[in-house]
Unconditional design. Structure first.
Length: 186
């Protein structure tokens, strides 16, 4: 009787290991679903860390223009301007001749001449074309523009489908929105 019970226990434990229930190879596999731990109350540092680790967690709506588009997380407010928190390279293109090493086919060469913090005013004026009478009477008027210093950022989880390598397609599975306030420069 005792031998039959021992055989039964050995058979059941062996089957459970092969079936994937418990044991060394069993149990649910750990997932990399950090998105389920995120929400509107999560700190921005933790959200950014998760987006760096996971390709399926993306941020949308973070672009700020400071003489070129950059992420709002790389900017700060300096007086009445938005400024980048790191220096960006500055390049200059000059004519050097077609036979010069490193020149393109027209004889121009682009060189790194330095780096600087990029800035752009928060409030500025621009011209806008206004037309009346079905586009026959047009004129330019001055328009006041104010750059947003509070960004409504969408944090989303996506699945990338690659039916062929030329045109991968992202499908949004879940998302939430959170405000990011561009801080003042230190």
């Amino acid at each position: 009787m005792k031998n039959n019970i021992k055989k039964f226990i050995v058979i059941v434990s062996t089957l459970s290991i092969y079936a994937g229930v418990g044991g060394v190879s069993g149990g649910p596999k750990p997932t990399k679903d950090d998105f389920s731990k995120l929400g509107p109350q999560t700190s921005w540092q933790k959200i950014i860390d998760v987006t760096k680790r996971n390709d399926d967690v993306k941020l949308e709506g973070t672009t700020v223009f400071v003489s070129r588009p950059v992420s709002a997380f790389e900017t700060c407010i300096n007086g009445d301007e938005i400024q980048t928190t790191r220096k960006f390279p500055i390049y200059k293109t000059k004519y050097v001749g077609k036979n010069q090493m490193g020149a393109d086919k027209d004889g121009f060469k682009t060189e790194l001449v330095g780096s600087k913090y990029l800035t752009y005013p928060i409030n500025y004026k621009t011209r806008e074309k206004v037309c009346n009478n079905h586009g026959k009477r047009c004129r330019e008027v001055m328009k006041d523009v104010s750059t947003e210093t509070i960004k409504n950022v969408k944090v989303k989880k996506v699945v990338v489908y690659k039916p062929n390598s030329d045109r991968p397609r992202e499908v949004e599975q879940d998302s939430f929105s959170k405000e990011y306030i561009i801080p003042y420069c230190q």
